[in-house]
Design a protein around this ligand. Structure first.
Ligand SMILES: *Cc1c(COP(=O)(O)O)cnc(C)c1O
Length: 397
């Protein structure tokens, strides 16, 4: 009994030690307490800020039509799904959303998951097995990697966006089935993966392409259909995933592909099979959100204008915007210290932009991740550009 207690305490003591060390290293992450919807201005830790932090790229997270849709759907479908989809949780609202999403992205079928994280771990671990191989971009989102670990397939990582490096790995692979997994738009860089080249490699080496379009869906392509539409790609070798908590403004994710892939996932993706779906009201809300995305060419035009406004109004000598045509505009500052002090400086001016440090990004490339949204005005972006221009002159880095 006493030994057991000591063991327990030794774990607790180890946890505390690690937390203390993180604090000393300036790496302890803390949550801000939010008291407002996601919008141009947010109230965080009791203060009002102009926010460049959220992935709500089209400004839908606080859209009156979506709020009304959620209220109405809660009224007629309740607030809970009650059971997994395969028991009695597959409400008509979930089904309608899946059909609507599949049609919107021009894919034969779609399956809705409760989060993007669940989708990635569920899909990759279901489709791949021991004799298979997953090929992943080094900068992929963590949950793609975790899906690959769970699958027990061989796991190969190739340098960021490196088509030749990927081909070298594919060429020597003796795996039974091969899956290339990549973010379509990289969340900390804003750049777009060379998807046409990846698809050509899939055809050459009999591989399949799994793309995570968390940051492209709603933003890129015809009517916001996403990165595949941006490149006009269509193939039975492609399986796409997109999250519904970013540009779509709500929560959840979907996977789309050939009917056989979706049928298989319904049987075998454990994070789908053994999990209670999101409330039906959420799916009803998302169906309206998909319509808003489809009709949102003006929002995307405004967003592109804001991106251009930021680029043309920054006049910086040392800090550099990474080449990105998406809503994610990272400003590389270099050292961790410089990135954090710049973020803190902006915060004092009432502007929130997160500093991103290693290990999330490579050493010496600490950055501010500026995330633009159709909810911003041109004036907001000019205010940010002015603050950054003045900060570079005033701060000694
Ligand atoms: C946010 C994100 C996810 C996870 O999606 P959630 O719905 O937030 O769980 C997966 N992949 C990428 C690239 C993301 O940016």
């Amino acid at each position: 009994m006493l030994a057991e207690l000591q063991n327990e305490l030794s774990l607790l003591a180890a946890l505390q030690k690690e937390l203390d060390q993180r604090k000393v290293d300036g790496l302890l992450r803390q949550r801000r307490l939010l008291d407002s919807p996601q919008a141009e201005y947010i109230v965080a830790n009791d203060k009002k800020y102009l926010s460049f932090c959220s992935n709500d790229y089209l400004g839908l997270a606080n859209h009156p039509k979506l709020i009304a849709a959620m209220q109405q759907a809660a009224g007629d479908s309740g607030v809970g799904s009650g059971a997994s989809n395969l028991i009695t949780g597959h409400h008509r609202y979930h089904d309608e959303l899946e059909r609507k999403l599949a049609k919107f992205v021009d894919m034969p079928a779609a399956l809705v998951f409760s989060t993007g994280y669940m989708a990635n771990i569920g899909v990759i671990s279901a489709l791949m097995g021991r004799n298979d191989a997953v090929f992943a971009d080094k900068l992929n989102h963590a949950c793609l990697n975790e899906g690959a670990y769970l699958s027990r397939a061989e796991f190969h990582r190739f340098p960021h966006n490196d088509v030749a490096g990927l081909e070298r790995l594919l060429k020597t692979s003796t795996a039974k089935h091969k899956l290339i997994a990549a973010d379509a738009v990289f969340s900390m860089d804003g750049d777009i993966a060379p998807l046409p080249e990846y698809l050509a490699l899939c055809e050459k080496y009999d591989a399949y392409l799994y793309i995570d379009d968390a940051h492209g869906f709603g933003v890129l392509g015809e009517h916001g259909k996403g990165s595949l539409s941006h490149f006009k790609l269509q193939s039975p070798r492609i399986i796409m995933m997109a999250t519904l908590g970013k540009a779509a403004g709500v929560a959840g994710a979907f996977v789309a592909g050939e009917q056989v892939v979706i049928d298989y996932l319904i049987q075998k993706a454990n994070s789908y099979v053994y999990s209670t779906p999101a409330p039906p009201a959420l799916s009803a809300t998302l169906s309206v959100s998909v319509s808003l995305i489809e009709q949102g060419d003006d929002l995307r035009m405004h967003l592109r204008h804001l991106i251009k406004t930021l680029k043309t109004n920054l006049s910086l000598k040392h800090w550099k915007l990474m080449p990105s045509e998406t809503a994610i505009q990272p400003l590389v500052v270099g050292s961790n210290h410089a990135a954090v002090s710049l973020s803190e400086h902006l915060q004092k001016l009432g502007i929130l932009v997160p500093a991103i440090r290693p290990p999330t990004v490579p050493v010496s490339t600490a950055r501010l991740r500026i995330s633009l949204s159709a909810a911003h005005t041109e004036k907001d972006v000019l205010q940010l550009a002015k603050a950054l221009n003045e900060a570079e002159k005033g701060l000694t880095i």
